[in-house]
Write a protein of this length. Structure first.
Length: 256
């Protein structure tokens, strides 16, 4: 697997491939629900260094110092553990508008995981020292980054508690609820769908179950008419039943 060092094709672009207002809007969306001023978003946008990479490239390695905050602009990047040039374990798939790593560089340490591109991607890297100075000039940016990191910590804590307290079915049902997207129908009805954008092996790894167990749980939920599976799409037929399987209160906001 190819290693990415510094830039893909000469000098990294200084964020000039996309108009400033569009870059600022993308950054504001990536930090939602926190709100940063237009001026703060534009100041941060001007710090972005663009990296266009092909698939199968290592963006950063857990054995190397973290010097930047990384945002995925287009494409997908997988986080996990590389062994002998292959991603032996995948923990998360990061999609456009999501931060690949907004934490490690603040700690003057190393990333906990390796990052590998899944097809062509466009990434923005932000030097942490430059972002620090930008936060001094724009307090709304500092607040947004704190909220971003706090949300990530809470998500990781909830995931840890889920692994400790929930059985395999509850973990799988929780994952389906978290990834369900409500699609409106032409007749005014609403359908909750889950797109399986990752291999089942990768999803199972995130849930600390075997791929066979994950497939078995999906089959059992389908037999109980809680879900229907067609290719890489899961249709939620009974949201309340799925919530009960997940141990979540019926009528909660997930997949509402």
């Amino acid at each position: 697997m190819d290693r990415f060092r510094g830039h893909p094709t000469g000098a990294a672009l200084n964020g000039r491939g996309i108009p400033l207002d569009a870059r600022a809007a993308l950054l504001q969306a990536s930090l939602a629900p926190a709100r940063i001023t237009r001026e703060a978003a534009q100041a941060l946008a001007q710090l972005a260094r663009e990296h266009a990479l092909d698939g199968g490239r290592v963006v950063f390695h857990r054995e190397e110092p973290a010097l930047a905050l990384w945002l995925v602009v287009s494409g997908q990047v997988a986080l996990g553990t590389l062994r002998e040039g292959r991603l032996a374990q995948q923990t998360r798939l990061v999609e456009p508008g999501q931060w690949l790593d907004a934490a490690s560089a603040w700690l003057d340490g190393r990333p906990l995981e390796d990052a590998v591109t899944q097809g062509p991607v466009l990434l923005w890297a932000f030097d942490v020292e430059a972002v620090r100075d930008c936060c001094v000039d724009h307090p709304s940016l500092a607040d947004a980054l704190i909220r971003l990191l706090a949300a990530r910590v809470r998500c990781l804590t909830e995931g840890t508690l889920g692994l400790m307290l929930k059985d395999a079915e509850a973990r799988c049902a929780t994952w389906l609820l978290e990834h369900a997207e409500v699609k409106p129908g032409s007749d005014g009805s609403k359908t909750a769908l889950v797109a399986l954008r990752e291999r089942k092996r990768a999803i199972a790894s995130q849930l600390a179950v075997t791929p066979e167990t994950f497939s078995r749980v999906l089959r059992q939920l389908r037999e109980r008419q809680v879900i229907d599976v067609a290719g890489y799409t899961v249709k939620v037929l009974d949201v309340d039943a799925l919530r009960r399987a997940a141990g979540a209160p019926v009528g909660s906001r997930a997949a509402a």
